[in-house]
Each structure stands twice: as C-alpha cells, then as structure tokens.
Design a protein around this ligand. Structure first.
Ligand code: SF4
Length: 190
C-alpha cells in the first residue's frame, strides 16, 4: 500500500486540467477497516493536505458516530476519493466533478491492497454511480441502502445542501443514520 500511495502522490496525469495543480489527497493503510470513497477535495483540503477538515467533515463524522481520533486513524479508516486532486470550479459556480481519469487509474491499483476492509462508504453521487451503477436516483439509492450491504453503504455528500435534502427526506435521519452507525460499529468490532 505504501508503494501505491507513493506512486499516487507523484501523479500528474491530469495536470493540464487542474487549476491549482496536482496534489492528491488521500488516507491509506492496508489494515483499514472502513473505506470512504468520496468525490474530490475542495480548496481547503488542497491547501492543508487534510481531507474532510471542514463542516462537511464534521457532518460526516457525526453521521458515522466517529470522533476525529478514529476518523483520522488510517488503520481504522481510509479515504480514496473518486478524484484525488482539487478539480476547480464550474463556470456557473460550484466545484467541478472529480477528474474522470482518476478512479479508473488508481482504484484498481489501490483497492486490492486493503487486507481487512469490511465496509465501503460511497459518499456522493459520483462514488455511488461508479460502484453501484447509474440506474437509480440518489435519494432512492440511499433509501435502499440495505441492498448494497454488507460491502457498501451509499450516502449523500455531507455538504450544507444535504441539510435541506435531509429535511425533505426525514427517513434519512431516523432510519439511515442509525443503520449507518450500526454498520460502522460492526466494521470496527473484532
Ligand atoms: S486527479 Fe488523480 S489522476 Fe488526476 S493528477 Fe490527481 S491523482 Fe492523478
């Protein structure tokens, strides 16, 4: 895993498309039990090198029922986004989608190196489509999370927009979050 992580660190494949240049952001260890496949880092993560060090990260940790100590322990939780580098902004606002080169190039090199993976969290529509396929709207996919278990758990991206979405979809807080915490506890139990 260290070898794959070092190779990813040096990646410049889509440099011409990255407004701030390549800076792959990930957290990897072969013994991780939970893998977060998220979208792509924002500017804050690009500058600090630390994933989910923002309000979205706080929300995600709350959903999972994990403190920062476990979340940032690479032997507990790994983070391998769909795009490891900050992809820039869309002309009409909002972050651009993850670079399409990244997951097909790096996921096959990294995923086989996990030795003890018990749960993969698919965070956001890009990760969900990549792993589970494109045929279902995000809300329906999340509502039917049980169909993806025990290997995967589909989730919306924990951005502020999701607060509005969760208000409209009360089942997310009452049913999905408790189930998610149970699955996280299962993944961490011996
Ligand atoms: S986004 Fe992925 S493929 Fe593109 S330069 Fe960064 S690490 Fe390489």
């Amino acid at each position: 895993m260290a070898e794959a992580a070092a190779a990813a660190r040096a990646c410049t494949v889509c440099a011409p498309h990255l407004p701030l240049g390549p800076r792959p952001i990930y957290q990897l260890h072969a013994r991780a039990r939970i893998l977060v496949t998220s979208q792509a880092p924002g500017t804050k993560a690009h500058l600090s090198g630390i994933p989910f060090e923002d309000a979205s990260g706080e929300r995600l940790r709350d959903w999972l029922g994990l403190g920062r100590d476990l979340f940032y322990d690479p032997e507990v939780l790994a983070i391998l986004p769909m795009g490891m580098c900050y992809p820039g902004r869309l002309p009409r606002g909002g972050d651009a989608p993850p670079r399409p080169e990244c997951a097909p190039l790096w996921h096959p090199r990294v995923l086989p190196r996990f030795e003890n993976l018990r749960l993969r969290l698919l965070v956001g529509a890009h990760a969900i489509r990549h792993v589970l396929g494109p045929r279902m709207p995000l809300a329906e996919r999340v509502a039917r999370y049980a169909e993806a278990l025990p290997a995967n758990f589909p989730l919306p991206h924990p951005s502020w927009r999701t607060l509005v979405w969760a208000k409209r979809n009360a089942w997310f807080d009452t049913q999905v979050i408790p189930a998610l915490r149970r699955e996280v506890a299962r993944a961490l139990s011996d």
